[in-house]
Design a protein around this ligand. Structure first.
Ligand code: XMP
Length: 319
């Protein structure tokens, strides 16, 4: 009989067999996948594992603190918190092409990892929370011709360039299975239930040029939106929800003045594995209330739209 407890034991055995007594570094993104991978690998090889959490300046409000606290204090897993926001945002200045953004971020991740792998005295392995759909989507799309839709920076390329071997204990799993494994490993429910968050972070929710101003506005709007979703008890019904800040300013009126601020788009989808998705049918009342809150509480946004595109033909993220 197949059980998650059995899978866990088998995965631990395989990790030990693969790694031996070598050192492993694991990139934590703050998402469920890399967190589950890290906790599983830590169970297998203890302090041979060092986690690196790269703050690329493209994280959500409070995200870095949340992740660092959980891993250091709750799990006692050795963790390097690398604040590299100057580096990433500097290199991304003036970049608006989505693939260039992804490739730039992927390249910088390699640099930062290499630096820290050297610091911990020669890691031989790199651990990644790659899932089955990541493996599939980077090769083909829904059985169609073999084209790359988006460069997922956590798949391929990275370890070869770094001279590291890969440990990918979640490679055969879908998202719901990773969550079940996380529960089995005792990760807090609130953390396991978190919506997926992409490696390139807010960069791909900021179409056009990325600026600190836009990122600040986006972080605030996103926090209000997620707060609304939680307050209405909808968070667990939705597979992923976020705000994208649009590269356009529009005219509005507030009090007795004219405003000329950014427009944003709310996104919320239901999905099983991220490969296909439907937009979430919020009530008009929810949407209206959320728009009002964002415009009142977030300086810099004066227009809110709701994205009703399914995947396909859209993708979940805007880039
Ligand atoms: P798309 O936008 O391709 O996204 O429909 C499907 C799911 O994958 C996430 N995503 C990523 N995750 N690195 C990641 O770790 C990436 O480069 C990346 N791009 C998209 C996205 O958030 C959604 O859950």
């Amino acid at each position: 009989d197949w059980t998650m407890a059995g899978y866990r034991a088998e995965a631990v055995r395989r990790i030990r067999e693969q790694v031996g007594d070598a050192k492993v570094i694991c990139g934590l993104s703050g998402g469920v996948d890399s967190s589950v991978a890290a906790v599983l690998i830590h169970e297998a090889i203890g302090d041979q594992l060092t986690c690196v959490f790269v703050d690329h300046g493209l994280l959500r409000l409070g995200e870095a603190e949340e992740v660092v606290t959980m891993f250091r204090d709750h799990y006692n897993i050795p963790l390097i918190h690398a604040d590299e926001s100057e580096l990433f945002l500097g290199e991304l200045e003036g970049v608006s092409d989505p693939e260039v953004k992804r490739k730039t971020i992927g390249r910088l991740f390699i640099d930062v990892f290499q630096k820290h792998a050297a610091e911990i005295g020669g890691a031989e392995f790199l651990a990644q929370g790659t899932l089955y759909p990541d493996v599939i989507e980077s090769v083909s799309f829904s059985g169609g011709p073999s084209v790359t839709i988006k460069s997922h920076h956590n798949v391929g390329g990275l370890p070869e360039k770094m001279g590291l071997k890969l440990v990918e204990p979640l490679r055969e799993l879908f998202k719901d299975e990773v969550r079940a494994l996380g529960r089995e490993l005792g990760l807090p429910d609130r953390f396991i239930g978190r919506h997926p968050f992409p490696g390139p972070g807010l960069a791909i929710r900021c179409p056009g040029e990325i600026t600190r101003e836009k990122l600040d506005i986006l972080r605030k709007a996103d926090a209000v939106y997620i707060d609304q979703i939680r307050k209405h008890g909808l968070y667990d019904e939705i597979w992923q929800a976020f705000v994208a800040i649009l590269p356009v300013r529009t005219v509005g009126v507030m009090g007795d003045g004219r405003t000329y601020d950014f427009a944003c788009a709310l996104r919320a989808v239901t999905s099983v594995d991220g490969m296909t998705a439907d937009y979430y049918p919020f009530t008009h009342q929810f949407l209206g209330e959320t728009a009002t809150r964002i415009i009142n509480e977030v300086k810099g946004i004066n227009r809110v739209t709701y994205d009703i595109t399914s995947k396909p033909p859209g993708t979940i993220e805007w880039e």
